[in-house]
Structure formats: C-alpha cells, structure tokens
Design a protein. Structure first.
Length: 287
C-alpha cells in the first residue's frame, strides 16, 4: 500500500519513545487500542497499526519508537500536461492534476484546457499560468481539501512541475504554429520569435537527453525514426510505441547491444518536450 520505510524517514524527528513490556511489536494491538495493519517482518522492520483515522508506525531504533500519521495527509499529487488523446472531452493540450489518498480511499481529478494567447502567454481555463502559484482548483470530493497541509503540498507539487508543464506547452504551441505557417514565407517577426524559442527549448532538452541515453540507444532510436513520419505536433507523442514495435519485429536491441526493456522504460517516462527534442535530433531531414 505505502512505502512505510520511506514514510518513516520522511517524518524523521517526529517519532516518540513508546514504553512497553511487550518485546514483539506485532503484539501491541491491545496496548494501542488498534488493529495490526502490517506486521514487521524482522527486528528492524516497521509494524503498522490502524486506529481508524490515523496509523501508528512502530520500530525498534535505540528503543521502541512510535510515529503517528493522520490518514488525511497521506495523499499523492500528480501533475502533467496531457498532449495525447486519452478519452477526455477536452481539447489538447490540457492540464491534469490527480490526487489520490489510499488510506482514506479518496481520489479526485482536476483538468483544464491550456491555450496560448496572442502575447505568447499560457492560460488554463483562461487564467494565466504562474510558476509560483497553482491555478484555482475545486476539490469537492476530498474531505481534506480545506486542510492547510493539502494546500501547501499542492503548491509545492505545482512549483516542482510548473517548469516541465510550461516547456511542454511551449513546445506544443510553437510546433503547432510553425506547422500552420510552414507554407507562408517569409516569416513575420512573431513566427521568427516562436522559431527561436522553439529552437532554444529543444536545444536545452537535447543537452540533457544526450547524457540520459547511451550512444547505442540513440543509434537505435535514430534507426526507428527513419521509418516514422510525424505529420502533426500531436503525433510526436508516444515515441516508445514505435520503438517497441521495432524491438518486437526486428530485434533492434540485439543489433545495437541495448537493454530493450530498460530503454522502453526510459522512453515511457519522457515528457512531450523531451520526445520532440529526440525527434528533432535523430529524425532524418524531410525534403
């Protein structure tokens, strides 16, 4: 369910000494007035007890230590820009925020269409996106939505994700605009500006990706791209599917001496911007 060891270390310093004559931490249910949720598997492992609204984590660490965690704060937040059709009734691209709390059994989502105005400003639900503050969101399904800790965690998660979301959106709209104006030379000042921004976004991502993938992996991806045509900005998403198909059909991983499964995992984790950067770097030039 949870990585209890990770939670224990995340909340280091909040543990308290717990006095008990019972040496086996899996036998403390009567003293705690709780039910054993997860038994410790060895003397250094963590036992977890369920009190209904919170968990108690116990561990032998220079004496018996106890950590209490409210269930309402055990939520996960995921933020991304969606650039491929996933069955939602929204125009691409759109911003998606997912909140999940396994402990309370609650889950909710918030989505907003993203667009770029004439000034190059990114908007979600017609409100400018800011790196410092997340967009206004409603969470009527969540019992902990009004908790200050949730608001703080949402703000922190947004600040961590904002740069990637912005880069993905900028790459999307710049690529889309360039496609629309490809047959309209000469470029006006606005399109020239978009070209320069697009090139800079791609250049930065390419510098990072060159260290993430080995030369053999890049050669394999380049071979795959020789047989793939990208007709729109949206079609650039899902590069790993094209690679997987060639691994199954032609065993390119053996040809290039690459761990195919590991390569697919890396490709599946790429953002839209990173996929575009790989395609720009490795795809053959079109006449």
């Amino acid at each position: 369910m949870y990585d209890w060891n990770a939670l224990w270390h995340t909340h280091a310093g909040k543990q308290q000494r717990f006095a008990s004559e019972t040496l086996d931490i899996n036998q403390l249910a009567p003293e705690l007035g709780a039910t054993l949720h997860r038994a410790a598997r060895n003397p250094h492992d963590i036992a977890v007890y369920d009190h209904g609204d919170h968990y108690s984590l116990l561990r032998h660490d220079q004496g018996l230590q106890l950590l209490r965690l409210e269930k309402r704060v055990l939520f996960d937040i995921a933020i991304r820009l969606v650039t491929a059709d996933e069955g939602q009734p929204l125009a691409l691209p759109y911003l998606e925020v997912l909140v999940d709390n396994l402990a309370t059994g609650e889950a909710s989502s918030w989505r907003a269409e993203v667009r770029c105005n004439e000034d190059g400003e990114l908007l979600a639900n017609d409100t400018p996106l800011q790196h410092e503050q997340p967009p206004a969101m409603d969470w009527p399904e969540l019992s902990f939505a009004d908790d200050a800790r949730f608001a703080a965690a949402l703000r922190d998660s947004w600040q961590e994700a904002a740069e990637a979301v912005t880069l993905d959106a900028a790459a999307w709209f710049n690529a889309e605009a360039l496609e629309q104006h490809a047959a309209e030379p000469p470029l006006d000042a606005r399109i020239q500006q978009m070209c320069e921004r697009y090139a800079e976004i791609v250049r930065r991502e390419q510098a990072l990706l060159s260290r993430q993938f080995s030369d053999e992996e890049l050669m394999l991806i380049a071979e795959v791209l020789r047989g793939v045509t990208f007709e729109s900005a949206e079609s650039c998403r899902g590069l790993w599917l094209a690679v997987e198909n060639r691994l199954l059909q032609d065993e390119l991983d053996r040809k290039h001496g690459v761990d195919g499964a590991a390569l697919l995992r890396q490709l599946q984790q790429l953002s839209y911007t990173q996929e575009v950067a790989l395609i720009e770097a490795l795809a053959p030039a079109q006449d």
